[in-house]
Structure formats: C-alpha cells, structure tokens
Design a protein around this ligand. Structure first.
Ligand code: A2P
Length: 331
C-alpha cells in the first residue's frame, strides 16, 4: 500500500494517544507523521514506532504542507474551525467530534455498517459518537434481516468518555475529593446527565444516539429513544438495547446472525455467568453482545446487552479503520 502523510490533531489527548497506538498496531502505511495539539503542548515530544515527534501547535497554516489524511480529536470548536481549512487544502479529515455529524454533506461512518458512505465525502468524514458506534454494529445485521421498528437505549457509560478530566474525577472521587468535571460526585453514583440538556428534556448525548442511529442505518424516520447515564466505571461503555422489529424474530437465528456479524463477538452463556463485561472489553476492538433474549412484552422484540471499549472501537479504532479504507483507495 502507498504510504500517506498523516496528521493527528489532538495527539496529546486520551483519544489522540489511542490513535497512535491503533495506527501502530494496524501497521498504518505512514510516510510523514505530524502531531498537532494546542499551544500548551507545542514543543512536547511524543513517541511513535520508536521515533520521537515534536508536537506542533495547530494553526491556520498547519495544512500548508502536503498531508493526505488528518485524524481529528480535539473538541467540536477546533473541528469547526480547522477541519474546513484542512479540507480546502485537499486533506481528508476523519473527525471524532460531534461538530459535522449531522451535516448532510458529511458521511457518518461505521465501517462494519455503511462503508459505502465514505465515497461521497467532500473532505470531511465524521466518526460517530462512542455509544452509537457499538450499538449500530449490532443493530445493522438485525435491521437487514428483520427491519427495525423501534429502539430503546439505556447506557452505562465510562468516565474515560469525558476525557482525562472525567477519569480524574473518578480516581480522585474514590479518595473522597470533590468533582471538577462532573456536576456531582461520580464515585458511588450514577449521573443521568451526559453533555448538555436540550429544550426537549433530553441530553445532547441522548439526541446524538437518536440522530446518528438514523443516519448510519439510513432510516431517517426510525423510532429511537435513549437515556444515557455516566457510571463509576473507568473504561468501556455498556448498553441495554431493546429492539422491536417489523418481522418475526427467532432468538437462535439472532444469535447466529450476531455471531457472524463483522466486528461483533457473542458472549452469551448465562448458565456459566458469561455475558459481556466492561473490564473484558477494555483494550480490545470488538463489540460484545450478550443477554440475548426475547422481549416478552411485544410481538417481535428482543433485549440485548452491548459492551465495547469506548476509546478504541468507540473512537480511535473506528477512525483508523476509516483512514485505512481511505489510504487503500488512494493507491
Ligand atoms: P492539549 O493537550 O494541548 O490541550 P482530551 O479530551 O483527552 O482532554 O484531549 C483533548 C485534545 O484536544 C488534546 O490533545 C488537546 O491538546 C487538544 N486541543 C484542545 N484544544 C485545542 C485547540 N484549540 N487546538 C488544538 N488542539 C486542541
């Protein structure tokens, strides 16, 4: 594969550092690598593949040099300003923020679900929300087979999703310190509040799951509702996913479809206390599904328990998978 010039924007952050890990693990074909972050980090060095790289400050001129692909994870306002500048310079941006996800000109991609959408990008491709990625990886093959009618999400989200500050709030909270990132203590607590509250009473995290599920599954009218909750878990998100279908479902067939789905691993042996767990998912790239059972309150419904590493598959790994597909297409 032809080597590409790659920039990582937000390289010093939690997702940024994981980009570098996953790029190395996947032997990403890199010619020149540029690490960018805020002014605070300019001049710091970071290691990639045994070599030291100096972090540069992200500015309007960062993309004057030849760069093919840029992975962004530096927050929405940074993406709002700098992703279009990069795209104007011919860079293809894979953006991990929520900034561009609902833009009709921007594909929102989970490679296991809608890889075909990569082709109509005009310089920016959005990486979905972490909670959405793991859910749709499981929903897509079931939608293809039974046609989804309605989805009810309830999430149990790790503090790593709130970056270094979120992680610190749990670590320090366990020692009795007051929270700095979250509005309440997270140690020994569950916060039904992720991102800001919207006028309809939902949080933005809940609306992201609703909007993004519809966009990725190409079902603009799909009935989806969500309650998203921050829990005192360091890493990996867990989700209860209740699904109702148009067509009759067979539970053994559901298990077979999911066991054959790309990137999905079925862990479902309740007799031996086996079901997906956050501590098992951490450090891996798969989406785990278990507790697969009929929803006995409706005609064609099922309940699922879905777990994945939110920093890897929910962010860095998904973006690197997209970038690899872009790099292949550049050959
Ligand atoms: P820095 O480390 O210099 O602040 P996290 O969400 O894990 O805290 O990471 C956020 C990432 O986004 C960091 O790499 C951070 O860089 C980067 N970042 C934040 N604001 C900016 C900005 N205005 N320009 C470039 N990078 C930014």
């Amino acid at each position: 594969m032809k080597k590409v010039n790659l920039a990582v924007v937000g390289a010093t952050g939690m997702v940024g550092r994981t980009f570098l890990k996953v790029l190395k693990e996947r032997n990403f074909p890199i010619d020149n690598l540029y690490l960018m972050a805020s002014k605070r980090s300019a001049g710091k060095t970071m290691e990639y593949d045994g070599k030291e790289y100096v972090v540069e400050e992200l500015t309007e001129h960062s993309f004057d040099k030849p760069i093919d692909i840029a992975l962004f994870s530096a927050g929405g306002s940074t993406s709002a300003k700098f992703a279009p500048i990069a795209a104007e310079h011919g860079v293809i941006v894979v953006d991990n923020s929520a900034q561009w996800r609902q833009d009709p000109k921007v594909p929102l991609v989970v490679p296991e679900c809608n890889p075909e959408d990569i082709s109509w990008n005009s310089g920016i491709i959005a990486n979905p929300n972490c909670s959405t990625i793991q859910a749709v990886a499981v929903l897509k093959p079931l939608d293809d087979k039974y046609k989804i009618k309605r989805v009810v999400y309830s999430t149990y989200q790790a503090v790593s999703g709130a970056g270094v500050a979120g992680w610190n709030d749990l670590e320090n909270g366990l020692k009795g310190e007051a929270p700095k990132k979250f509005p309440h203590p997270i140690a020994g607590n569950c916060l039904p509040h992720i991102d800001i509250f919207m006028d309809n009473g939902y949080t933005k995290e809940e609306m992201k799951m609703i909007w993004e599920t519809r966009k990725i599954l190409h079902h603009p009218e799909l009935k989806v509702t969500a309650t998203t909750v921050r829990v005192p878990v360091f890493n990996s998100h867990s989700e209860s996913v209740n699904v109702e279908f148009e067509n009759p479902v067979d539970i053994d067939e559901v298990k077979k479809i999911l066991s054959e789905a790309p990137g999905v691993v079925v862990v479902d042996d309740p007799a031996n206390d086996k079901y997906p767990l956050a501590i098992d998912a951490t450090g891996t790239d798969q989406v785990y599904v278990g507790r697969i059972r009929r929803d006995e309150s409706v005609e064609n419904g099922i309940n699922l328990w879905v777990v994945a590493d939110n920093i890897r598959k929910g962010a860095a790994t998904n973006a690197v998978q997209i970038a690899l597909m872009l790099a292949e297409a550049m050959n």
